[in-house]
Ligand binder design. Sequence first.
Ligand code: GDP
Length: 459
Amino acid sequence: MDTIVAIATPIGRSGIGVIRLSGPDSLGVARVLTSDSAFAPEPRTAYLRQIYDRRASDAIDQTLITYFQGPHSFTGEDVIEISCHGSPILLRVVIDECLRIGARMADAGEFTLRSLANGRMDLTEAEAIRDLIDAQTTAAVRQAARQMRGEFSHQLQPIKGDLLDVIVVLESALEFVEDDLPEIQLANTKLRLETIKDTVAKIAATFRAGNLIREGIRVAIVGRPNVGKSSLFNALLGSERAIVTDIAGTTRDQIHEKFTIRNIPISLIDTAGLRETTDTVEMIGVERSRRTMVDADLVIAMVDVSEERSEEDLEILNHLEAAQQIVVLNKIDKLSPESVRGFREELKSMVSSGTHAFVELSAKTGAGLDALRDSIVEPFSPTEVNSDGFLVSDARHYDLLVRSRDEIDSSISLLEARASEEIVLVGLHNALRFLGEITGETTTEDMLTRIFSTFCIGK
Ligand code: GDP
């Protein structure tokens, strides 16, 4: 097994920067770095040590070194953590030195993968570490922390146990009973399967809420130039702390601005386009709005109540393409409430679809902003909020739960149709396998590679 190394803290100037090594030669690398071949640290004790760049034979930093002896470490292997001063250049020099000594650069998620391989955690717990690091809101942090503690796996364990019990009953019927299952046993088996199916379905149903906390809502704002889109954008961003995150792979013209409403992450999409319109006179026609709307869960279409309604407004309103849409009547501060009402009623009668929500707003004074916030999150809020229940937030988990439920369901139908135990068992084995894939008991190498490629380096 190679010894791997990576910087575990973000790249940038900071008080400290941590370098982590894992593998059989971790301590050996530390001995060379410290120029002390007799360095034999007590596990889990921090040592203040100089480290050296051999080529310059100079001390390059004073560091704190901690040794975690396998298997009592994050990865289950020998781990060395070196807390250096947080200079990106220094950290690079130390990494280069580790590579020269014989360590290799860790792949994305490789520390966690090793932890999984060594049985230190299961797959849901490993994924929770990634989710915790990626969390955008305090709700998402709490959710990931629960999963990291093994809560999801604990929930699945008894379900898998129950399913296995049923499988055993059917398998032994297959082996020992000459005739079909007696009526009473058949009814009992069916009942047990129904209960298991309901439990799986209940857990799967939490995905709507869980996914909302994790992924949030993608919102697009469309409308003619000068209706007040940028003003609304700034009002929304300014009110709650904007969370600046580096999203790998996003280009300049696809910037997603992030903020939260009621602890739900909101991404405003195509915001570069929005800013552009503040200083260039650009026609935001139907075509452009369409492009903006492609990725959105919700579209906010904005109309200026102080202007004559234009054909272009109507065309945009009649071509909204999103599951959810809100029409914002902006600049109400410029008109009397009666005129605004008149404008709204007239517009309503001219818009073809009746599914639009109408919100009156002044992006300038902030009037109506709270109502707008409510309208943004309201259609996405789960109907049954179980505040202390665990929420499934990963699409992979959700998919496997649904597939497992469907397999159990079809086995129940087969059982009712008096199909042979053999046939009923196929679906139940599949269901059990799907549940096992969630925690990684029955996960293929391919899948692990795919999952861990979403981790950051050094984790
Ligand atoms: P965009 O082109 O749609 O992004 O529109 P802007 O946000 O740049 O706004 C165009 C103009 O309308 C600016 O001068 C804003 O100050 C003004 N404006 C925006 N919202 C309001 C509002 O609610 N009331 C008033 N009176 N003016 C507004």
